[in-house]
Design a protein around this ligand. Structure first.
Ligand SMILES: Nc1ncnc2c1ncn2[C@@H]1O[C@H](COP(=O)(O)OP(=O)(O)OP(=O)(O)O)[C@@H](O)[C@H]1O
Ligand code: NI
Length: 308
């Protein structure tokens, strides 16, 4: 049984334009994802594809004008609003994308110590700082006294000292220097080896492939493919979806091929047709008529009529 299971999740925002005119925008549509204990699932997608909203839905921290449909289960039980409040910071930890989420008025060492659930808080905090290359005196600093990369290392420390069973990390590495990025990825791998389930959100496919077991490829608010990390290989022939193949071929070591597709910004999900059809060389009439469902294919998942 997966530790976390998200099935057919949709997130719709209601906004008031002028006066009482309401506008509804569906930003996540029919999104599915599951994570086993000890497994690292990377969520990879362009900016605006809905990665952070997925994290916020799992953590129960979507804004009030968002409505959610679909099912989420954690450890076999439905993830209701009250249950997620009990689990957050205990069995489920979160590294938010924004460093603004640190408390501006509290020294960062204390913020890390407060998150410790087992063991001596001061010792656990110092071990985390040493692991992520933060000097001991950093503990007395306030968030505004830190660089972006340092603040992110504090966020990773807070999430990882909690000893949670599920770690959701939303773009944890920007602003860190390469050695610290490597150390952070190594630490995630070590947590997974100890049984932690990890959702690693990133737009960096290379970083994802360095540690992930599975890669969920997002586009315009939905999962187009769930591949095994080992499927990203050679020309990408083992990949199931043309968009994943384009992302893979666009990496520098693969010669930046087909950048037009990989660089295209996802637009909001449209009710009809495959979200990717406009950019897809395999598209036929059927793709414009109805969005394909996510289906199992070769030990992974794909949302495409034509994938074989
Ligand atoms: N409060 C909101 N109201 C309306 N639309 C929103 C709101 N928050 C996010 N969105 C929209 O939802 C879409 C997905 O946003 P999200 O932040 O999840 O993207 P992302 O994949 O995390 O992008 P990035 O890589 O830039 O962090 C975007 O198009 C965004 O404009
Ligand atoms: Ni984001």
């Amino acid at each position: 049984m997966p530790l976390l299971e998200v099935r057919e999740l949709s997130v719709t925002f209601t906004q008031y334009d002028r006066g009482l005119r309401r506008k509804k925008t569906t930003v996540i549509q029919d999104l599915s994802l599951s994570v086993e204990r000890g497994e690292i699932v990377a969520v990879v997608g362009a900016s605006g594809s809905g990665k952070s909203l997925l994290a916020h839905a799992i953590l129960g921290i979507l804004p009030r004008n968002a409505s959610v449909a679909g099912q989420m289960h954690f450890d076999g039980q439905p993830l209701t609003a009250s249950r997620i409040r009990q689990l957050r910071g205990r069995r489920i930890a979160f590294v938010p994308q924004s460093v603004q989420s640190l408390d501006p008025l509290m020294r960062v060492g204390r913020q890390v110590r407060q998150a410790v659930r087992a063991g001596d808080p001061a010792e656990e905090q110092r071990k985390a700082f040493a692991r992520y290359g933060l000097a001991p005196q950093t503990e007395r600093r306030y968030p505004f006294q830190l660089s972006g990369g340092m603040a992110r290392r504090v966020l990773v420390s807070i999430a990882t000292v909690s000893g949670a069973e599920l770690l959701v990390a939303d773009e944890p590495t920007p602003g860190m220097d390469p050695a610290v990025v490597q150390e952070t990825l190594r630490a995630f791998k070590a947590f997974a080896e100890n049984g932690t389930a990890i959702v690693f959100i990133t737009h960096d496919l290379e970083a994802a492939l360095a540690i992930a077991d599975k890669v969920a490829v997002f586009y315009a608010g939905t999962t187009l493919e769930v591949a095994r990390a080992v499927d990203f290989e050679g020309e990408g022939d083992r990949l199931r979806h043309p968009y994943s193949r384009a992302l893979w071929q666009a990496l520098p070591q693969n010669g930046f091929a087909v950048p037009a597709v990989a660089a295209s910004e996802p637009s909001a999900w449209s009710a009809e047709g495959c979200s990717h059809a406009r950019h897809c060389e395999m598209a036929t009439d059927v793709c414009a008529q109805a969005a394909p469902k996510l289906r199992e294919l070769r030990d992974g998942m794909v949302r495409c009529y034509h994938a074989t």
